[in-house]
Write a protein that binds this ligand. Sequence first.
Ligand SMILES: *Cc1c(COP(=O)(O)O)cnc(C)c1O
Length: 352
Amino acid sequence: MRDDLRALEGYHSVQVAADVRLNTNESPFPPPAGWREELATALHDVAWHRYPDRQATALRAAIAAWHGVPGERVFAANGSNEVLQSLLLAYAGLGRRVLTFEPSYQMHAQIARVTGAAVVAGERRADFTLDPADAVALVGEARPAITFLCSPNNPTGIVEPPETVNALLDAVPGLLVIDEAYAQFAGWSALDLVADDRPLVVVRTFSKTWSMAAARLGYCVAPAWAVEALELVALPYHLDAATQIAGRLALDHVDAMDARVGQIVAGRERIAAGLAAVDVDVVPSGANFVLFRPRRAGGRAVWQALVDRGVLVRDCSSWPRLDDCLRVTVGTPEENERFLAALGEALAEVTS
Ligand SMILES: *Cc1c(COP(=O)(O)O)cnc(C)c1O
């Protein structure tokens, strides 16, 4: 194995048995029944002895039409993580630098390192917001080939304001990549800023808002020249026929998916209100999860007390810059109530 890989740790989410699983930011709602039926029918007719459409033409055209952008600005892959890997392969790699602002989605730095790039970690303020002037100054020093933002940011839920995006767009010497895995839960997206004369790439996924984590489908909207670079590094026929069909058919169910997003946003507001009534600090979220920090109890102890009550959330308490923080994914209305009730009991138990 490469020596530089020995220092890396894999990315895992601790899985323990629990009735209420609110730890991986998946949708609590399955996709529409109509989509499942259409998919089953369509899979019957796949010419399995042939390679799939290498360009995923129909899928990319459908995504592009949904967003109102030209087809040549869309690249699709196996989950947005493969989109991120392709961007890093095409634009970063050995001898180049990648800039992240921590805390953020760990896979940006992880895939950057695996693909040979050096990672420069910028800092956020104590409230997890980013100072645009600090960010621009760091871009000037580090001269990164790729600068990552995540909006809404995982694990904080904070939506990056347009001023920060615009300030970075004016400053970056390479690409600005915005991971918008949770954008449909938020009020603002950078998607409309993508143009052939701007070094901006917006990455999206079907895993969260589309209730399709099992399908492994992600994409980006990018300048046409960046899509050409991504096609150069993608493996031949990387996107299989079933995934292409699953994504294309999903786009016939936009209204049903929007309704699910609306329900989850309502659940997030319910959780935020419940958290405001107990002894925790809450980070304002534009995503399908909420980060919070018990004020008078250890995060790890509260996590364990929740597990003891059958509720699993993400334990971020030992992650750098996230001391004592826990992240709860919005679930069904019943799951949200169970979480809030369990948290009340857990805080009472471990607060001394
Ligand atoms: C969940 C998540 C993804 C999704 O990855 P897929 O490979 O599309 O499932 C990407 N970025 C962030 C920030 C996420 O939280």
